[in-house]
Design a protein around this ligand. Structure first.
Ligand SMILES: [Zn+2]
Length: 458
């Protein structure tokens, strides 16, 4: 994985020129420059736990306000908002590159889907799910790593927790006629390892005629079938993941999760909970399935405004997604130089943001002009979870997403993030903006197990 994708696409994407320089003139950025401290009290003032960047607090109080960032004595590079914006400008994948990658991926995915529908007895009902950071428009760099999930629809199944925290389940077919999944049943329980093996074999057959697609050997602990695509110099790694789509009530472990009532509304919450949920094989050799709500995460992150006009065309932008991208990037950067942090992944960042959005639900608490303050607050949230060693799954409160991470690693990451914040600017010493000639990201020190942990949740 560390060697993955050091080819053309990355070089193109991470060139010295920002792919979205134009943003510097966007309304959002103008707002940051012009109105960050001039506007009246925002809804966050009523929230004791919100926002609270020292500068913002001072601007509302009787004490003298610090000078506005663009007119004070600080240099450009010392303006936190500006540095964050420049960092964000470098993170997205370029449009052309996104388009090239999409074509290649779609071609391979269609081959797999067509093969499953026409040639496979067991997977003929399979459906493609478009989830993950690429489809959520939250992908930061790594334009050469993608995931696609194929799901097998299931009805009339009994889903029973496997373990105490609601993270894993066994799946039993109930009173069913003979069907395509019979080969995977043992006492009516769906055997994940048998199903995965067959799925892998079928994927291999599907792409057997494509000379530019290779199947990677199985990775310990990873249920995905990883394909290496190499077309016209564009190298892409594609994880093909099998899931079960369960069309029934969400498990009882989720009852107290996804508390988005104050943020997106109780009606929306109810609608989401009426959607199917997905189960992904834990790993080959196990018959436990991990529960996934990635399709709901995608919908929440896409329609994230407390008022439905947030981030829509010609409406006010918020900074929720930008904060998430920055946190994901910060974790990646810290992992790159600290092998002890290999177990942290972007799903920890996403979960931290989702919790933050429920605690600070209004759009006024995520005004784009306050990006710097909002990001600082998000870092404090994450630090808190790390110090406690507990980050509850957003959908399953009893499941601690840090349970498999050592206390030492949690404390180390908390310390590193705290150091960043105490530097006066959270990312200042991280060399987020390296010299134009240098590659933007060093290879991540990920082994097979770590690569699973980094791509295991979403
Ligand atoms: Zn928004």
């Amino acid at each position: 994985m560390a060697a993955r994708g050091r080819g053309g696409p990355r070089k193109n994407a991470d060139g010295p020129k920002s792919p979205s320089r134009g943003r510097a003139k966007s309304p959002a950025v103008r707002g940051r420059r012009g109105h960050a401290r001039a506007r009246g009290p925002s809804p966050r003032t009523s929230e004791p736990d919100a926002g609270r960047a020292p500068g913002a607090a001072r601007s509302r109080g009787p004490a003298p306000s610090p000078p506005p960032p663009t007119t004070g004595t600080r240099s450009r590079d010392e303006d936190p908002g500006r540095i964050l914006q420049r960092t964000l400008d470098q993170l997205p994948i370029r449009k052309q590159q996104r388009s090239d990658s999409s074509k290649i991926i779609n071609d391979v995915v269609q081959k797999i889907q067509k093969h499953m529908e026409t040639k496979s007895a067991s997977f003929k009902d399979i459906q493609k799910l478009t989830t993950g950071s690429y489809y959520e428009n939250l992908k930061i760099r790594d334009p050469d790593e993608f995931d696609v999930m194929f799901s097998v629809p299931m009805t009339r199944v009994d889903v029973q927790p496997f373990g105490l925290d609601g993270a894993f389940y066994t799946v039993k077919m109930k009173r069913h006629p003979k069907g395509p999944l019979d080969a995977f049943l043992s006492d009516d329980i769906i055997c994940a390892s048998t199903m995965l093996k067959e799925f892998r074999d079928e994927v291999k057959k599907a792409i057997s005629a494509a000379a530019d697609v290779k199947v990677e050997p199985k990775k310990t602990g990873c249920p995905a079938v990883t394909l290496q695509l190499d077309r016209s110099g564009t190298k892409i790694s594609l994880d093909v993941v099998l899931s079960l789509e369960v069309r029934s009530c969400w498990p009882s472990f989720t009852t107290d999760g996804m508390q988005i009532g104050n943020w997106l509304g109780t009606k929306v919450r109810k609608e989401y909970r009426q959607q199917p949920f997905h189960l992904v094989a834990k790993y080959e050799g196990s018959d436990a399935w991990r529960i996934s709500f990635s399709h709901v995460e995608k919908q929440i992150l896409t329609n994230h405004g407390n008022k439905k006009t947030c981030c829509e065309k010609n409406k006010k932008d918020c900074c929720r997604k930008q904060c998430l991208k920055l946190l994901k990037h910060l974790i990646e950067q810290l992992k790159a130089t600290n092998p002890d942090l290999s177990k942290f992944c972007s799903y920890h960042a996403k979960t931290t943001l989702l919790h933050a959005c429920t605690r600070r639900p209004t759009d006024g608490e995520w005004v784009y002009a306050d990006l710097s303050q909002c990001f600082q607050q998000l870092l404090k949230d994450f630090e808190h979870y790390l110090k406690e060693g507990v980050l509850p799954n957003f959908f399953i409160p009893k499941q601690n997403l840090l349970s498999s991470v050592s206390k030492k690693s949690c404390q180390a990451l908390a310390r590193l993030i705290e150091e960043q914040r105490n530097n006066g600017f959270p990312l200042g010493s991280l060399s987020l903006l390296p010299p134009p000639s240098a590659p933007l990201l060093p290879p991540l020190p990920l082994g097979p197990a770590a690569s699973f942990s980094s791509r295991c949740f979403s």
